[in-house]
Design a protein around this ligand. Structure first.
Ligand code: ADP
Length: 336
């Protein structure tokens, strides 16, 4: 369906380009033809009037000869111009098709990305909905459903609803990360400190200690976006770390860039999975994280998109069972 739509668009755009090229070429040919005909006519008229011609040749014979040559030259000119226009048409059509494909490529990629996003989102929504539906149907068919069973069923459904709500929030956040943010000087260590304070109670529930080594760094950014990125990275570090471990937060400046680093002693990520963790809906090692740690696989893709909008990037290093380090890099503020 999409290919058909784009094929039609390529052809329409090609037709427009060809029409423009041919209009220019035909106008140019017409002008050239008129100009050449005028010059030829003038030349032959001069010959008829002033010669030179052999002695004894009648002026009428010269006129007839000149008219004959003029017709011949005009015919050749027309043939040459038609051939030229046919070549322009063939080359123009090929070039126009190439140009149309180039013009449409970013649009096609955007539509493709949109399609993949919708497909991924509906796939993710379908799983919890199917689970809820099955549970409710089984519950309704059970004539002897006790009050305790009903409460268990409702609790399980509530968990799925909470998961769905989180998913909807994540999807919304992903679509709202537009890249027209106005970048202003932000103190990275202040944002990191605020996020650490906010997530401290969560860390305490797992007896995780958050250590802060925050050097002053003024970066070019947006406070809300930086808060969200740091929040996602620290929340993950807490989620994927066993109780009683340590998480270290660092901010520092190096080679004209500002860095925020979060280092945990958590479960780590396998080298084969590391390249995928920033993909939408990707969750490493399904059996381990999907069943035990709540999440929807959207956090890191949102964080990376926000970082890119600030002209920055997040990178991850990890060793399974030893821990992970996530580093956000942004430009330092020119005033900083
Ligand atoms: P979610 O945490 O909701 O699953 P994310 O996009 O935040 O989604 O993370 C994607 C995956 O990357 C997680 O499912 C997890 O497997 C892995 N991950 C992210 N952060 C860490 C971390 N600090 N330690 C270990 N694994 C992590």
């Amino acid at each position: 369906m999409r290919t058909k739509l784009f094929d039609a668009a390529y052809l329409r755009l090609t037709a427009w380009y060809v029409a423009i090229i041919m209009a220019i070429s035909l106008l140019f040919s017409l002008w050239l033809y008129n100009q050449a005909r005028h010059e030829l006519q003038f030349g032959f008229d001069r010959i008829v009037q002033v010669g030179p011609f052999e002695a004894g040749t009648a002026r009428g014979t010269v006129r007839a000869f000149a008219d004959d040559r003029l017709d011949d030259s005009q015919r050749r000119l027309i043939v040459n111009l038609v051939s030229f226009n046919l070549v322009v048409l063939a080359v123009g059509a090929l070039a126009s098709y190439g140009l149309a494909r180039r013009t449409m490529k970013p649009i096609e990629e955007a539509v493709e990305a949109q399609h993949r996003f919708t497909a991924d989102a509906s796939h993710e929504l379908r799983t919890p909905l199917a689970a809820m539906r099955a549970e409710i149907e089984v519950g309704l068919r059970d004539k002897k459903l006790s009050k305790e069973d009903a409460v268990t069923l409702l609790q399980s459904n509530l968990e799925e609803v909470v998961r769905l709500a989180g998913l909807a929030d994540g999807l919304l956040a992903l679509t709202q990360t537009d890249n027209n943010s106005i970048l202003v000087p932000v103190s990275l260590e202040d944002v990191a400190g605020k996020v650490a304070k906010r997530l401290q109670p969560l860390a305490e529930t797992k007896k995780i200690v958050i250590k802060c080594q925050l050097e002053p760094v003024a970066v070019q950014g947006e406070e809300l976006a930086l808060d969200k990125i740091i929040g996602i990275l620290l929340d993950n570090a807490i989620k994927y770390s066993p109780a009683g471990t340590e998480i270290t937060l660092r901010t520092y400046q190096k080679d004209g860039h500002g860095y925020f680093e979060v280092k945990d002693q958590g479960i780590g990520i396998k080298a084969t999975e590391l390249p995928h963790i920033f993909d939408r809906f990707y969750r490493a090692d399904t059996s381990r994280s999907k069943t035990q740690v709540p999440g929807n696989g959207l956090g890191l893709s949102i964080a990376q998109k926000l970082a890119e909008n600030l002209g920055g990037k997040i990178e991850a290093k990890s060793s399974p069972s030893k821990g992970s380090t996530f580093t956000l890099r942004v430009d330092v503020s020119p005033k900083g």
